[in-house]
Design a protein around this ligand. Structure first.
Ligand code: PTJ
Length: 252
């Protein structure tokens, strides 16, 4: 379907189209469409823009990735359909390894997601031949690569809610996430939670990483000032304030 750029919901409709195409191509699972709907609902609540706490978290995540010895970006079907090119750009900007790690795992899907990432410019993508396991996870998302997630010190796990973030924390890793739901288990347990749409977040992460690369002092300051609990509470306060304003507007 062709969507005119002038459509007021252009970005949102394009994202839906990308996910529906992703389902047809065997990249996205149908459950991914439901997950996206939940994300859209939270995006409405934040106002469909990158709010200040999100930008702060994006700087903190860029700093953490730059400081990591072995950063890994974990990619699932939704991430590949919405942000393959931008994910590769972030990986290049911070020197991260990319690994496909999916909940609804089939070899064919892993291959298709790997193919999508490679056509977006990735040279190496791990995940197809898992040779290690995330401790404490007995479902397929526990399968991982020794040279990737298993040995990473910092892992970016966008768009998931589940027990993996907690399992990765229990393994001693720094966990970063992108999740429009500030209340999800992954959001609550991560070291840095970016409450922003992945389509707005990934380009910023790449830009901020480039901006911070040679500014050690600024990275030190960003990392020492960032507090994930406070950031999540700033997000919730933003939503509460915004709902209050919308409510009084609608009564005028
Ligand atoms: O590809 P697979 O097999 O690994 O499956 C991927 C999904 C997304 C289906 C799976 O990880 C899943 O079921 O995820 P959840 O538990 O629904 O969590 C997804 C989280 O991402 C939710 O908290 C959503 O609010 C959030 N989310 C969805 N779309 C976006 C988003 N956050 C940021 N940007 C989005 N576009």
């Amino acid at each position: 379907m062709r969507i005119p750029k002038s459509h007021p919901r252009y970005e949102s409709l394009m994202a839906r189209e990308a996910l529906v195409e992703g389902v047809k191509e065997g990249i996205v699972v149908r459950q991914g469409l439901i997950a996206h709907g939940r994300g859209e609902a939270f995006d409405y609540l934040v106002g469909e823009v990158s709010i200040e706490p999100a930008v702060e978290a994006e700087y903190a995540a860029a700093g953490r990735l730059l400081r990591a010895k072995h950063p890994v970006i974990s990619v699932n079907g939704n991430v590949a359909a919405l942000s393959a090119k931008e994910t590769v750009e972030v990986a290049k900007a911070v020197g991260a390894t990319i690994e496909v790690n999916i909940f609804h795992r089939t070899e064919e899907r892993v291959q298709r997601i790997e193919g999508r990432l490679k056509s977006a410019g990735a040279e190496v993508v791990l995940g197809l031949d898992p040779d290690a396991g995330i401790e404490g996870l007995d479902h397929p998302r526990g399968l991982c690569a020794k040279a990737g997630i298993y040995s990473a010190d910092v892992v970016l796990v966008p768009l998931e809610d589940g027990d993996r973030a907690k399992a990765l924390k229990d393994m001693g890793k720094v966990v970063l996430t992108i999740d429009l739901n500030p209340l999800s288990r992954t959001s609550r347990v991560s070291d840095v939670t970016i409450v922003d749409n992945i389509t707005r977040c990934m380009p910023k992460l790449a830009r901020f990483a480039t901006e911070l690369r040679d500014d050690d002092e600024r990275v030190d300051r960003i990392l020492s000032e960032f507090d994930n609990r406070k950031n999540l509470s700033d997000v919730l306060n933003h939503i509460a304030r915004r709902l209050g304003e919308l409510e009084s507007d609608s009564l005028d």
